[in-house]
Each structure stands twice: as structure tokens, then as C-alpha cells.
Write a protein that binds this ligand. Structure first.
Ligand code: KG4
Ligand code: ZN
Length: 340
């Protein structure tokens, strides 16, 4: 059995995790989130410097939690993209160094494949065919997923503009809630009325692409509303906006399951941590007889365990490792788990 070390540095979280044969042995996470809050978003140079400072201590903490030493590591997997170039480079350089020093294979992997693999740590191997809804700060896609590592992943749809997480972050800013916007809106929404304001459900008209997503118009609708109603209750705005996003995401994900005749829906990525999206997905999947899989909340947002998980799947398939000469790729569509 091989212990795979996973390293994640695509945004503001330095994540390290160890996975062996589908089991998470231990992981650790350092975040530079607080250093970005006053800028209202992630500053790439600050994130990169924070990764550099956090990398070695995070590796050591994860080793300690896993109860292993570096000598036990049999392979290294790292997020090669997509993400912030400056941030990715730090993780890729560290992964190359560990792989070279330990004399073990290196895998450069796709960040979003890691998000999907995170669910296998909790719920075991994926079924033969599932629909994946990836909802993060940079991506919103419906995917036809098979085994994640051998069969290419097919995109059924991608957002036409903003990603769902981006919409949460921008709307939070509009209504004066702190960065990151997703958790802030989730919290405020618990105190508000989701039916207070009837925000639009984008691309749900009869002539609209049935699986298409668009969130920039919804964001504008919130902006117009708060402009016109400066005294509006922030909790009501948050709850009504969140309801619109949850409604559209879950309705389209279920439609994709029906269209593809698939009985399992897997929701992953940072926005899958949202309590209303989780609850509504649960409700609608139960009513439709669809099995719902969502990783536990701490494995939804960026972490190292998910990268170790996809690395572990590649190792189990005896996939040839990446050549250590590869570099980070800031933008790349998810088609294959392994990027290089
Ligand atoms: O997957 P992730 O950690 O990083 C990316 O790969 O982008 O996702 C981060 C996104 C952010 O936009 C954040 O606001 C959102 O996930 N997010 C949430 C929640 N927790 C994180 N959105 C809605 N509700 C949440 N509870
Ligand atoms: Zn992510």
C-alpha cells in the first residue's frame, strides 16, 4: 500500500494531507484568509508568501496527525492548476522538492478533480456513473463523471459568467458582509426570510439552456435592490439571494441526473459547504429518488486531503507519474484528473 502526500496551494489555503488506499490518515490546513480580508479578496502575492511560510510547518503538522514520518510517503500529488499562478508555483515547487528528496513519484493534478475525490474519503468509491456539480469560487459546472481517473470527464455545462462562489463573495461585499462572502451570507441568512425578496432564478425560462448557469444578473439584481431599498434587512437580502442560488443549482443538477439517466449526484467545492444548498439538495434528491453525496463541510473548501485523495486514485490505477519538469497551469478545464 502506498501513502500519498497531497499538497494544495491554488488560492489562500495551504493544505497538506495523507491518504492511503482511500483512507484519510491525517491532514493540516493553514489559511491566509485574514490577511486578505481588508482587501475584499485574495491578493496573489500575499497568498504566495503565506504559502511559503506555511508549507513546511503544515507538512509537519499533517505528518504528526497522520502518525507517520516522511519516510513512509510513497508518492506526492500536487495541485498543478487551475488557480492563482503565484500561489500554485509554491505548492508545485514544494511537491517537486519532496518527491525528489524522497525518491518517490510525483503527480501534477487538477484542483477540481481533487474536489470531487474528496467525497470518496467519506463515502467510498464513486459509482460507475454520477453527475458532479462543482461549485467553487472560480467554477460552476455540471459534469458527467465516471471513475475520475481513467475516463475523461464530460462537461454538461459551465457558468456563462460568474461562478456561484464568486456571486456569494460579490453579493456579501455589496451588502456589507465580510470576506469570504459564502460563510458570511450563510450565517446571515439563518436570521433572514428567504421569501422576503423574489430575486430572479437565472436561465430558468422555457427558451433558456436547461443546464446553463449565470450568476452575474442575479448579483446585479441584488445591487439594484439594495440601491433602491437602503434600509433593507441585510439578513433578508442574504437569505433571499442564497435561496435563489440554491434553487437554481439544485434544480439544474437534478435535471442533469434525469437527462443523463444517472442516479447519483455528487456536489463538491467550497459552495457545497452552504447549509441551504445542502438541505435543499437533500430534500429534492430524496423526492426524486436520487442518491446525494456531499463531502463533510471541512472537505468541501480547499484542503490537502482532497489532492492526496485524487493522487491515491491515480496510484491505485498504476498511472504513470508526471515528469518533474512540469509547471503550474493557472487556467485549465477539467477533463482529466492528471494534468501532466
Ligand atoms: O473550493 P473553494 O474553497 O476554493 C476555490 O477553489 O475557489 O471555494 C471557495 C468559495 C468562496 O467563493 C466561498 O465564498 C465559498 O466557496 N463558500 C461558500 C461557503 N463556504 C465557502 N459559499 C456559500 N456558503 C458557504 N457556507
Ligand atoms: Zn477549490
Amino acid at each position: 500500500m502506498t501513502i500519498v502526500m497531497g499538497i494544495e496551494t491554488s488560492c489562500d489555503e495551504t493544505g497538506v494531507g495523507f491518504v492511503e488506499d482511500g483512507k484519510l490518515l491525517g491532514d493540516a490546513l493553514a489559511s491566509s484568509m485574514d490577511e486578505h480580508a481588508r482587501f475584499g479578496g485574495v491578493v496573489p502575492e500575499i497568498a504566495a508568501r503565506a504559502h511559503l511560510h506555511a508549507m513546511v510547518p503544515t507538512v509537519h503538522l499533517a505528518l504528526e496527525r497522520a502518525g507517520i514520518t516522511l519516510d513512509d510517503v510513497g508518492a506526492v500529488a500536487v495541485t498543478a492548476g487551475p488557480g492563482l499562478a503565484t500561489a500554485l508555483h509554491v505548492g508545485v515547487a514544494a511537491a517537486k522538492a519532496y518527491s525528489l528528496a524522497l525518491g518517490v513519484p510525483l503527480y501534477g493534478v487538477h484542483h477540481l478533480a481533487g474536489h470531487a475525490a474528496a467525497d470518496t474519503l467519506e463515502h467510498g468509491p464513486l459509482p460507475e456513473h454520477s453527475i458532479g456539480l462543482i461549485v467553487s469560487g472560480g467554477h460552476t459546472s455540471l459534469l458527467s463523471v465516471r471513475d475520475l481517473v481513467r475516463t475523461p470527464i464530460v462537461h454538461l455545462s459551465d457558468t456563462f459568467d460568474d461562478a456561484a462562489g464568486e456571486a456569494f463573495d460579490k453579493v456579501a461585499r455589496l451588502i456589507g458582509l465580510p470576506y469570504p462572502g459564502g460563510p458570511s451570507i450563510d450565517k446571515a441568512a439563518k436570521l433572514g426570510d428567504p421569501e422576503a425578496i423574489a430575486f430572479p432564478r437565472p436561465l430558468t425560462g422555457r427558451d433558456d439552456p436547461p443546464l446553463g448557469f449565470s450568476f452575474s444578473g442575479l448579483k446585479t439584481a441584488v445591487a439594484r435592490y439594495v440601491e433602491k431599498h437602503p434600509d433593507a434587512d441585510v439578513n433578508d437580502v442574504a437569505a433571499s439571494f442564497q435561496e435563489a442560488v440554491a434553487d437554481v443549482l439544485t434544480a439544474k443538477a437534478l435535471r442533469a441526473c434525469r437527462q443523463e439517466h444517472v442516479e447519483t449526484l455528487v456536489i463538491v467545492g467550497g459552495v457545497a459547504a452552504n447549509s441551504r444548498i445542502r438541505a435543499l439538495a437533500q430534500e429534492r434528491c430524496a423526492a426524486a429518488g436520487i442518491e446525494l453525496r456531499i463531502p463533510p463541510m471541512r472537505l468541501c473548501t480547499d484542503n490537502g486531503a482532497m489532492i492526496a485523495a485524487i493522487g491515491d486514485l491515480l496510484v491505485q490505477e498504476a498511472t504513470p507519474p508526471s515528469d518533474r519538469g512540469f509547471s503550474a497551469v493557472p487556467t485549465v478545464e477539467l477533463k482529466q484528473a492528471q494534468l501532466w
